[in-house]
Each structure stands twice: as structure tokens, then as C-alpha cells.
Design a protein around this ligand. Structure first.
Ligand SMILES: [Zn+2]
Length: 153
């Protein structure tokens, strides 16, 4: 068996297994290869080298070729999370004002038009948070410790 990285005209990418390269060409020419996401039949082979299913080959450290995708994702996850958290934090910091323990109060005043609308960040107790929700004030809970260093949490 041979696996190709395929893509459709909508840029969905997926793997396709075939007996041989010729088998892919033949099936594709007959319109038998279809995108699993959108059922598109305008399928092209990606330029990356096809992987052969030869079993216990040492996986290349860099490309991870031949490794199941789930393993790759699990391996990347801590870095990805740290990266996203950092970006998330910068975004929040750039777009909100730190009101600390005054969060519920300020959020309410904004909600009832007593104060100018703006992004704020701060801390609330679980009770305050559900009280705000009941008043129709939506807040976003941040992961614990993200803003620990500036005393928000
Ligand atoms: Zn598609």
C-alpha cells in the first residue's frame, strides 16, 4: 500500500491509500477519489513524497513521517498551549484595562450605561460571576494563573 497526501479544490487535505501510484491516477481519472470533507472530486496529489507503509521504519525526528498524527499532536501540545496562552495573554493585555477586584462593579456600570464600554479584566468570585451572568453580563473565564503576575487573579 502507498499513502498520498491529497487535497481538493477547497484546499482540504487528507490521506489516501492506494495499491500503487498508478492506482491513484486510475481511480482519480474515473472520479472515484473524493474529498472526505466536502465530497469534491477535483483531487490533486500534494508534492510531498509518498510514504510507504513498510512498518517499523525509524521515524525521522524532524518530519515525523510515518508517525500517526495523534502522536505528533500530543507531542506538540505543551508547546502549542504555551504559545497560544502567551498570545492570548498579550491580546487580553493590549485590549483590556486591569480593574482588579473592581471587575464586577465596573462590568455592571458598563452594562447599565453608567460607564463607557471597554474591555476590562479582573477577578470575580464564582458567586459574582454567576450573578453577572444572571444579569446578562457575559464574562470569559481565564485559565488560572495567566495574570497572576499582575495581581488580577
Ligand atoms: Zn474538500
Amino acid at each position: 500500500m502507498i499513502v498520498f497526501n491529497l487535497s481538493c479544490s477547497q484546499d482540504h487535505t487528507f490521506d489516501g491509500w492506494f495499491r500503487s501510484a498508478g492506482d491513484f491516477d486510475a481511480q482519480n481519472a474515473r472520479g472515484l477519489v473524493e474529498c472526505p470533507f466536502c465530497s469534491d472530486r477535483d483531487i490533486t496529489k500534494q508534492l510531498s513524497a509518498p510514504r510507504l507503509n513498510v512498518g517499523a521504519k525509524e521515524p525521522a525526528a524532524e518530519s515525523g513521517a510515518g508517525e500517526p498524527r495523534e502522536v505528533m499532536a500530543a507531542f506538540l501540545l505543551p508547546d502549542l498551549q504555551a504559545h497560544m496562552l502567551k498570545q492570548f495573554k498579550s491580546f487580553i493585555q493590549a485590549n483590556t484595562e486591569n480593574v482588579g477586584g473592581q471587575f464586577a462593579e465596573v462590568a455592571r456600570r458598563m452594562h447599565y450605561g453608567e460607564e463607557k464600554h471597554r474591555g476590562i479584566r479582573g477577578r470575580v468570585s464564582a458567586e459574582e460571576s454567576s450573578a453577572l451572568r444572571e444579569e446578562g453580563i457575559e464574562t470569559v473565564s481565564l485559565p488560572n494563573g495567566v495574570f497572576m503576575d499582575e495581581g488580577v487573579q
